[in-house]
Design a binder for this molecule. Structure first.
Ligand code: SF4
Length: 334
């Protein structure tokens, strides 16, 4: 047994349970005042959950505010053209979420009561809603006792339930997360665990002295790694072509890896372009990839992808992936 880890007693579950009120008190005092927490309607909670997947809160907040101003409820989002929805999402990445959210709004307004259902099972059957999101929406927006198990919760529980410096596996943690959710205020419970993981039980250096669990946690001050199902980052190289005719730019909807469906793109190829020196290099993360792209000036015959010319005023309105928009801005275009 590692000398760094106190042995967890068999009564750790009851110790954790008894400490939960301290967790809730900590949450009430220290939670971040995120805009959707003031008025957690089903629509607002859903938008925030879709935006927050794989994205930092500091990035989400301004997008969320703009989104709510532009699409204040399900019906305004359902009525909006896809182009506008993607344009509002531009820069947040993972555009599937925007398409799913749009489809979800359309499916909500087709329901007889035009409301999002509260039942977690029904929620899971709707576009873009998996186990975690169904649990978060059901508990936070509807007060239903359902777990919201994400990476932060896994880390907190994995450390609290560690034995001999090892976390239980993800399946066990998920099941314990379900057992721990109270009937009363399940939304506060779930948010408190997630917030603790985000602010205190940090992956590398947990701030144990500030943690409401520090007296009962077997991992206190000795963080263990908790397994997550997050895939490893892979490297990708590609070439991005900037094709101009006067002040217009050629954009396509095709990407060799079927990325960014529904958005307009600078023509992209995964083949290198011999004989052509890049005019710029761009690097950016995309889902589990780290992309490094050489940017080349090219002419219309360099690509067979269908597309069309975009004059400056249309380029401004077209939904583009943020890295492509950044490239155009870097070149003083768009
Ligand atoms: S005491 Fe430390 S390791 Fe344990 S849950 Fe709190 S922050 Fe995480």
């Amino acid at each position: 047994m590692s000398p760094h880890h106190r042995t967890s007693s068999p009564s750790i579950d009851s110790k954790i349970r008894k400490t939960l009120p301290r967790l809730y008190a900590w949450y009430r005092r220290h939670h971040r005042p995120l805009p959707w927490r003031r008025n957690p309607t089903p629509y607002r909670v859903t938008v925030s959950e879709f935006m927050a997947q794989q994205t930092r809160m500091t990035t989400v907040v301004p997008y969320y505010r703009r989104w709510i101003r532009r699409f204040p409820h399900w019906s305004s989002l359902a009525k909006a053209p896809r182009r506008l929805v993607l344009r509002q999402w531009e820069g947040l990445g993972y555009y599937r979420r925007a398409r799913f959210l749009h489809e979800l709004a359309r499916s909500v307004v087709r329901r007889p009561d035009r409301r999002l259902p509260s039942n977690p099972e029904t929620l899971r059957s709707l576009p873009g809603i998996g186990d975690y999101t169904a649990g978060a929406i059901a508990s936070i927006a509807f007060g239903i006792s359902e777990p919201a198990f994400d990476g932060n919760v896994a880390r907190v529980l994995g450390r609290l339930l560690a034995r001999n410096g090892r976390s239980p596996d993800t399946k066990t943690l998920r099941s314990i997360a379900g057992e721990l959710v109270p009937r009363k205020n399940p939304g506060i419970h779930n948010q408190a665990l997630m917030e603790l993981g985000a602010l205190v039980c940090l992956p590398r250096k947990p701030l144990c002295p500030r943690c409401p669990f520090h007296k009962v946690c077997p991992s206190v001050s000795h963080p263990i790694r908790v397994p997550t199902n997050r895939p490893k980052v892979a490297q990708i190289k590609e070439s991005i072509l900037v094709i101009r005719r006067g002040s217009s730019v050629w954009l396509t909807r095709h990407h060799p890896q079927n990325r960014w469906r529904g958005l307009w793109l600078l023509p992209t190829t995964t083949k290198t372009k011999p004989g052509s020196q890049p005019i710029h290099r761009a690097t950016y993360p995309y889902t589990r990839y780290h992309v490094s792209a050489d940017v080349h000036l090219a002419n219309r015959s360099s690509t067979l992808e269908p597309g069309r010319w975009f004059p400056p005023h249309q380029l401004k309105l077209a939904p583009l992936p943020a890295p492509h928009r950044k490239i155009l801005r870097h070149l003083g275009i768009g």
